[in-house]
Design a protein around this ligand. Structure first.
Ligand code: WTA
Length: 657
């Protein structure tokens, strides 16, 4: 962000106190801050016993002796699925709706109670066991937004098999490398899912990932959703509904160690290889449930909660499946896109299902703003009591629009900062306590210690910027990178001593509020999805016509950042393109190539074919300069460039385009 942008943010002085009515019913109180401050570990121990049912109580809260490898709730044993499902049924809430599922085609809905969920997770746990899945085996899940996604995840948790969910927008190639990395023998997928009014295939992508070459997969379970035609490999493929029908209806869940891995989730880092972030059962479940309660303010007996994220991302893991369900909440799950079949779809769902809590992303809010307030104004949104935002910085203008147009000026907004790695919300207003400030995530929640530091690791003064770090271990912290402990240490714990470096830049305002500004490393944030510049560069370079590529995230009004690629062609390709005037076709071909290598979500918005890339004398690509070009700014300081005329060539080329 430019300096001007920074100082503008610091002039944001509006605050909004929660109404008395909201405060009176809020789960989170000021006392939590005092309790956590007085005895942090004691606080988490008490919360762990308040929010979770343990089969065996823990005897030590935290072991940090092998930092940065933490262990929480030592000696404790529990089952995540029992906490998220069974115990609600046992408590007499079996008839409560767990999921109001809304398919993308209109009138395609299903309500699933906790009792029904209980039956399905037991059958699915037995079906997986029948396929040979045992404690510790990683199961790959590649599903659309259908209830079976939650069932599959919970069934894995039930038998102690860490799941590895891959977002449905990833390609066969991306899926193949994740299957290999985790060594999954079972893949759970669907024939397809509805996207923008059309069925789109998922099984075919899994087939592609398993074609040719060695892979560890022995079984593919296929949920029938769209009923489209699918290829079938006898002996490997089984319909999910048939497997569940054939399986025993009851499954006795056993408890696992608090540190037993619950899931792996791949996320982009600064190199071309995605990182398998993994989380442990006890601490993760605790912090997702606790934040669902005190930040989202879920009252399971009365609220209808809706998180619009996909289960393929961490937000779907923590705030569709584990957090809300551990509380026994009722929620909406929606399969499709916000503009299908019309741009009021979200608001129609809020009205029909009487949604009280809505958790969505800034990119969606900015899109709704662009479509105009007349659309939500056609619907009755008076059921809403709290709004949440996650995934990227929300600009004060979008925040105010969200508050006024969607929240009718009465709903507190929680701008929640966290990451795949942190597992659960870390910095956010506590809605019954905090006076909110548009655009700022504000303060660490009770129990979490996070600060903004300078280059030397010293906390910055109010009014200054720096790096966001977490200074104490927290229950839902990642336990590492699957199979690569060194990379874990190097990535998060080497920049500052004894502090977790989140990779984000942040600023403290004069009132001590934290403003998260975005990534300071080579990770982009496109519509709230993490993309690595290196990963897209390596996809581009794998194309036979490409010699070199540099990718930057350029500011974009709707998506936050957009992917812009600068590509140098191989000699032969240049000649060919010149002769045949094929520049445009080639750009289309390269975009398609990236979609094949990673997935459609990684397609660059723009690809510029250039003759040179700006580099420092040590050969490092100067992304900052390319960003200036991509954002159509005056090109910045080029004195460290090995050949400063390169930038002139690039900007000239752009103008001629
Ligand atoms: C960004 C998503 C500003 C940040 C939960 C972080 C945010 C990355 C916010 C993690 C927020 C997330 N304000 N930036 N409220 N929430 N981010 O792993 O850059 O997909 O590092 O987790 O999103 O993305 P991830």
């Amino acid at each position: 962000m430019s300096d001007e942008g920074l100082s503008n943010l610091l002039h944001e002085e509006r605050t909004f106190a929660p109404s008395e009515e909201f405060v009176a019913q809020a789960n989170g109180t000021a006392e939590l801050f005092e309790q956590a401050e007085a005895d942090r570990e004691g606080f988490w121990a008490q919360k762990a016993r308040e929010y979770l049912d343990w089969e065996t109580d823990f005897d030590q809260v935290l072991d940090w002796s092998e930092a940065p490898f933490a262990r929480w709730f030592l000696g404790g044993r529990l089952n995540a699925c029992v906490n998220a499902v069974d115990r609600h049924v046992e408590a007499g809430h079996g008839d409560r709706v767990a999921i109001h599922w809304v398919g993308e085609p209109e009138d395609d809905t299903r309500d699933i109670t906790y009792a029904e969920l209980h039956e399905q997770v037991q059958r699915a746990a037995n079906a997986l066991t029948d396929l040979g899945v045992r404690e510790g085996d990683a199961v790959m899940i590649y599903l659309p937004m259908i209830p079976e996604a939650a069932v599959a995840m919970l069934a894995c948790a039930r038998i102690g098999a860490p799941h590895s969910v891959v977002f449905g927008g990833f390609s066969s190639d991306a899926l193949r490398s994740r299957i290999a990395d985790a060594g999954s023998t079972v893949v759970i997928t669907a024939d397809g899912g509805y996207r923008r009014g059309k069925p789109s295939g998922l099984k075919s992508v899994v087939d592609g990932a398993l074609e040719g070459g060695e892979n560890p997969v022995e079984s593919v379970l296929v949920v029938r959703r769209t009923e489209q035609d699918v290829e079938w490999t006898e002996g490997r493929d089984t319909w999910w509904h048939e497997a569940l029908e054939a399986a025993d209806a009851t499954h006795e869940a056993q408890a696992f160690d608090a540190e037993h891995p619950l899931f792996i989730l791949y996320t982009s880092g600064t190199t071309g290889k995605p990182k398998g972030i993994f989380h442990a059962t006890g601490g993760y479940l605790l912090q997702t449930a606790y934040t669902s309660h005190v930040v989202h303010d879920i009252h399971p007996e009365s609220d209808v909660y809706w998180c619009t994220a996909d289960v393929g991302w961490v937000t779907g893991h923590s705030y569709i499946v584990y957090g809300p369900m551990t509380l026994g909440a009722t929620q909406v799950m929606y399969e499709g896109t916000p503009d299908t079949p019309h741009q009021g779809r979200f608001w129609e769902i809020v009205q029909d299902k009487k949604v009280t809590i809505l958790y969505t992303a800034p990119t969606a809010i900015r899109t709704f703003m662009k479509w105009g307030k007349e659309i939500p104004e056609k619907f009755d949104l008076s059921s809403l009591k709290l709004l949440g935002s996650v995934g990227e910085p929300i600009n004060p203008e979008a925040w105010m629009w969200y508050r006024e147009v969607i929240g009718g000026g009465r709903c507190p907004i929680v701008d929640t900062w966290w990451q795949t790695e942190t597992g659960a919300i870390m910095i956010s207003p506590v809605p019954g306590v905090t006076e909110t400030r548009p655009g700022s995530a504000q303060h660490p929640i009770p129990g979490i210690n996070a600060v903004v530091v300078d280059d030397m690791g010293q906390p910055v003064e109010r009014g200054s910027g720096g790096y966001l770090v977490v200074t104490e271990p927290w229950p839902s912290m990642l336990r590492g990178i699957w199979g690569d402990p060194e990379r874990y240490k190097e990535t998060y714990w080497s920049r500052f001593e004894d502090m977790y470096f989140a990779g984000d830049g942040a600023k403290l305002d004069e009132d001590g509020n934290i403003w998260v500004l975005g990534r300071v490393d080579d990770v982009m944030n496109v519509s709230g999805h993490r993309m690595s510049t290196a990963e897209i560069e390596s996809a581009l370079v794998s194309h036979p016509k490409v010699a070199e590529a540099a990718v930057v995230g350029a500011a974009d009004e709707t998506t936050g950042q957009a992917i812009c690629a600068f590509v140098i062609l191989r000699e032969e390709a240049v000649e060919q393109a010149d002769e045949e005037g094929e520049g445009q076709d080639l750009v289309a071909e390269l975009r398609q190539h990236v979609a094949k290598e990673i997935g459609a979500i990684a397609k660059p918005r723009q690809i510029m074919i250039v003759a040179e890339l700006p580099k420092t004398r040590s050969g490092k690509i100067m992304r900052r300069l390319l960003k200036d070009v991509a954002e159509n700014r005056e090109v910045g300081d080029v004195t460290t460039l090995a050949d400063s005329s390169v930038m002139d060539l690039i900007t000239q080329g752009m103008k001629e385009d």
